[in-house]
Design a protein around this ligand. Structure first.
Ligand code: MN3
Length: 201
C-alpha cells in the first residue's frame, strides 16, 4: 500500500511563493486522493503491490492490465510519483545551484537566466493541466495531466506542477507569477542529488 509522504517543512514554510492554504489542500487533499485511488485500483492487481511506484510507471505499458486499470494507474500513480518529487525539490528559501550544476546548465543553455526563461516558456505552453520537467540530460519537457516521464523510462530531476490547483488560490489565472515565485523555493541541491553531482556551492 502506498502512503502519503510527510513534507520536510511546514505548510506555511514556502510562503509567500506558495501559501499554507495551497500547500495543505494540495498535499492533504489532492495528493492523498491520488494515493487512495492508486491503492484502490491496485487491490485488483496483487502482483503490482510489491513494486515501487517507479517500477509500476516504468513498466506500465508492458503490464497485462485492462485499459481502465492502466489509465487509473497512469493518472493516480503518476499523481503520487509526481507530487512526491515536487515536495522534495522545494525547500523554504530554496538553494542556489552548485558550481558544477551551474556549469552544466550554462553549457546546455548559455546561462542560468536563459534556462529559466526556457523552462518558464514550456510551463506557460502547457494547455490545461500538466507538468514541466527537467530531465537527466538537462532537456526540458512537458506532460499533460499526471503523466510522468517515467512512463517513457526517464526519471525527471525537477518538476513543476502547473495544474490550477497548484497556484489558483494565490495567483488566480496568472501562471507566470507563480512560476517566477517558484524559483525562489527550488532546492537545487536536491536536483544535484538526482543528477549524481556534487551539491557544494
Ligand atoms: Mn498537483
Amino acid at each position: 500500500m502506498f502512503t502519503l509522504p510527510e513534507l520536510d517543512y511546514d505548510y506555511s514554510a514556502l510562503s509567500p511563493a506558495i501559501s499554507a492554504d495551497i500547500m495543505q489542500l494540495h498535499h492533504d487533499k489532492h495528493h492523498q486522493t491520488y494515493v487512495d485511488k492508486l491503492n484502490a485500483v491496485l487491490q485488483g492487481s496483487p502482483d503490482l503491490q510489491n513494486k515501487t511506484i517507479e517500477e509500476i510507471l516504468t513498466e506500465l505499458d508492458s503490464l497485462s492490465l485492462s485499459e481502465e486499470t492502466r489509465t487509473a494507474i497512469r493518472n493516480n500513480g503518476g499523481g503520487h510519483y509526481n507530487h512526491s518529487l515536487f515536495w522534495k525539490i522545494m525547500k523554504p528559501g530554496g538553494s542556489q545551484p552548485s558550481t558544477e550544476l551551474l556549469g552544466k546548465i550554462n553549457e546546455a543553455y548559455g546561462d542560468f537566466d536563459t534556462f529559466k526563461k526556457n523552462f518558464a516558456q514550456a510551463a506557460l505552453g502547457v494547455f490545461g493541466s500538466g507538468w514541466v520537467w527537467l530531465l537527466p540530460d538537462l532537456t526540458i519537457t512537458t506532460t499533460a495531466n499526471q503523466d510522468s516521464p517515467l512512463l517513457d523510462g526517464i526519471t525527471p530531476v525537477l518538476g513543476l506542477d502547473v495544474w490550477e490547483h497548484a497556484y489558483y488560490l494565490d495567483y488566480k489565472n496568472v501562471r507566470p507569477d507563480y512560476i517566477a515565485a517558484w524559483w525562489g523555493v527550488v532546492d537545487w541541491d536536491e536536483v544535484s542529488k538526482h543528477l549524481n553531482i556534487g551539491s557544494t556551492v
